[in-house]
Write a protein that binds this ligand. Sequence first.
Ligand SMILES: Nc1ncnc2c1ncn2[C@@H]1O[C@H](COP(=O)(O)OP(=O)(O)OP(=O)(O)O)[C@@H](O)[C@H]1O
Ligand SMILES: [Mg+2]
Length: 394
Amino acid sequence: MQPDAASAPATPVVEVNNLVKRFRREDGALVHAIDDVTITVDPGDFVVLLGPSGCGKTTLLRAIAGLETPDSGEVRISDRTVYSSAQGVEVPPERRDISMIFQSYALWPHMTAFKNVAYPLQSRRGRKVGKDEIARRVRQALELVGVGELEGQYPGQMSGGQQQRIALARALVNNDDLVLFDEPLSNVDAKVREQLRFELVSMQRELGFSALFVTHDQVEAMELAHKIAVLDRGKVVQYGTPQEIYRRPATRYVAGFIGAMNESPGQVVGVDGDAVTVQTEHGRVTGRAHETRHAVGDRVAALWRPEHGALHPEEPTAPNRWPGAVKAGLFVGSHTEYVVTLAGGDVRLWSPRPDLVAVDASAWVSVDVDDVLVLPDGTPQPQDAPADELAAAS
Ligand SMILES: Nc1ncnc2c1ncn2[C@@H]1O[C@H](COP(=O)(O)OP(=O)(O)OP(=O)(O)O)[C@@H](O)[C@H]1O
Ligand SMILES: [Mg+2]
């Protein structure tokens, strides 16, 4: 860390401010593909955009790259405004100094690795690069990603991992500070995918470029990211480190999207600082509220992860304890996954002990107060705007 890093924060590689992009569907409905998104990527950061199909990940990436014209807002890349509705600025994609790696890598099948990597240098508008300089930079990029010996190979003659490296070399050959990835691993089978993920992370950390990486796979997001932006219907609902998002999901939507979660809806019956007690169908649950202040009577949900639950054959003394019956116990090697039926519904918990309580026997479940999260009951549900809104907005 540099001595003045705290006082003078580095210029972000990407700044997206209040970006909006709507599409009109064939049936006339208006889709808020990007709905007032503000997000910053710092130098050297690996940022993952995570969300289900259709939440606007590709549209956001394309808007940053300049392949999609937003309706309003601003995009800045390394302190330069590349899109601004207010200032009437729109820099074309090839002048934005960023590279994009698509799903399936989009390598040219009829070109060798060398030619694929050289392509962005040759097709570049404005700054012409000489032939010798191209050769030098292509070989350097191929060496950098560890596939120098493959320069004469065609994509069809390479493994998936080698193709990824060629795609990465092609993205790095321009020395752009930012590489955008749109689900580049989605066509690869699970085992290879894991390996490629690992390689991608170590190359990114080593080479230091900033990455904005789209995926709908939460495990992939957790493994790759310094920071995750969780998207829900065009909105960033939470932006933070994988740990923050896992430990303190801001909404029930985020909680349910990242990892397994038990949820009990109920009503607040007591508040003591950030400790909130909730009356649920299976009894009282005390947990912590981090973002929202709750009052007695509020409708909320108490949430906890299966790895934080404990199972007991007899009644324990813990403050959060509820009686039930074991419905199933599935031994998966490292732990046993129990399903326990409480009043009002089933909960899941993971225990290191396989034969703690027999199936159908009665048992107690407990969870530490610090491991229970109390969140507002509803997640705001952004509605598709009425069809006449576009006319009003434009
Ligand atoms: N050209 C278009 N015309 C109309 N609607 C579009 C267009 N492009 C995208 N959309 C809509 O915008 C929303 C966001 O699409 P986008 O492709 O950004 O989603 P995504 O998060 O990348 O999804 P996936 O994970 O399936 O790739 C979707 O509802 C989609 O139907
Ligand atoms: Mg997409």
